[in-house]
Write a protein that binds this ligand. Structure first.
Ligand code: CP
Length: 358
């Protein structure tokens, strides 16, 4: 059984637990008939406060293929969120109706808040520009399927590394595997956030930073392309300036190894030319399909953990999170700033770090 009640960030699962999920996902893929009633009588609540194609529909497909049912919303405008209901109260309500919650929210830390008040497991399906752990499971499962391993790999990650939540989760998850090297490709303005840079230094992660695809493509086993995240920019002109910074095309693919693969969490905009879709090294559509199998495995494992009554009553800490995109500032959740070094504080919900001098 998994040790965690909810999946909020990639480190909630150990490397061994992820291996168990791979084994189960392989079996589901190979022998789907064995699992068609595995979730009979179980109900999933999908709370999508932000648009989604893959994550929402792959979770719904996964639950239906396991014989379970799905309720929820994909438009928060049709829910009592419009009347001011908080994430905490919405999670309490779903605990009364369903067996497992899948939540996507534009504010960072929202699924964490839900997990503190929910009696049933909560799965983070993407929180703002912070984390997307089930995309990471999808990504790791793709590497496991293609290479037979998730270690001994050079992974080049290209695009919006500042706001790309899939990037943040992938780096944290893969930093635990042996001999993994990252080449981070981004413009100066879209480099990884401070807390993640510190995480990589603290964990002695091997990483280099470059600006051009051509500086990395010949050296990598995986080229992980990402979209410039328009919805996270506060300045539209900045987005317009950066949106077409990267385009992976047939010419650049000529520089890559024969056995490398191109991944992308999708949706893509223009960062991968359509001609690349026909290159056998392009794996992004199959990657999305693998996401359904690994989510089926995750649902089964979290439902084993099941119902755990919660009576959370948090005491607010002295200092406040300064991230305007953090759920604690939207919904007046008790502030939870943890001291991580002298005068350095990190928000429990969104990982934003602040330096505070007395
Ligand atoms: N990869 C991913 O999260 O896609 P969606 O936004 O369509 O769910």
């Amino acid at each position: 059984m998994l040790k965690t009640h909810s999946l909020i960030e990639p480190q909630d699962l150990s490397v061994e637990e992820i291996e168990e999920l791979f084994t189960l996902a392989d079996d589901i893929k190979n022998r789907p008939g064995l699992y068609i009633n595995a979730c009979e009588g179980k109900l999933m609540g999908t709370l999508f406060y932000e648009p989604s194609t893959r994550t929402r529909l792959s979770f719904a497909s996964a639950m239906n293929r396991l014989g379970g049912r799905v309720v929820g919303f994909s438009d928060p405008g049709s829910s009592s969120v419009t009347k001011g209901e908080t994430v905490a109260d919405t999670a309490r309500m779903l605990s009364a109706y369903a067996d497992i919650i899948v939540m996507r929210h534009p504010y960072e830390g929202a699924p964490k808040v839900a997990s503190l008040y929910s009696d049933i497991p909560v799965i983070n399906a993407g929180d703002g520009g912070h984390n997307h752990p089930t995309q990471t499971l999808t990504d790791l499962y793709t590497m496991h399927t293609v290479f037979g391993r998730t270690s001994d790999l050079t992974v080049a990650i290209c695009g919006d590394l500042k706001f790309g939540r899939t990037v943040h989760s992938l780096i944290q998850a893969m930093s635990r595997y042996e001999n993994v090297r990252f080449i981070l490709i981004s413009p100066e303005e879209l480099r990884v956030p401070r807390y993640l840079r510190q995480f990589m230094k603290d964990n002695k992660v091997d990483f280099t930073e470059v600006e051009k695809i051509e500086d990395a493509i010949a050296d990598c086993d995986v080229l992980y392309m990402t979209r410039i995240q328009r919805e996270r920019f506060s300045d539209e002109s900045e987005y317009e300036r950066l949106k077409d910074f990267y385009v992976l095309d047939g010419e650049k693919m000529k520089l890559a190894r024969e056995n490398m693969i191109v991944m992308h969490p999708l949706p893509r905009v223009k960062e991968i030319s359509r001609e690349v879709d026909y290159d056998p090294r392009a794996r992004y559509f199959r990657q999305a399909r693998y996401g359904m199998f690994i989510r089926m495995a995750l649902i089964l494992k979290l439902l084993e953990v099941g119902y755990q009554p919660k009576q959370t009553r948090l005491t607010p800490t002295k200092y406040h999170c300064k991230n305007p995109r953090c759920i604690c500032n939207l919904e007046n959740e008790p502030q939870q700033m943890m001291e991580i070094a002298p005068n350095e504080y990190r928000c429990l919900y969104c990982d934003y770090t602040v330096h505070i001098e007395e």
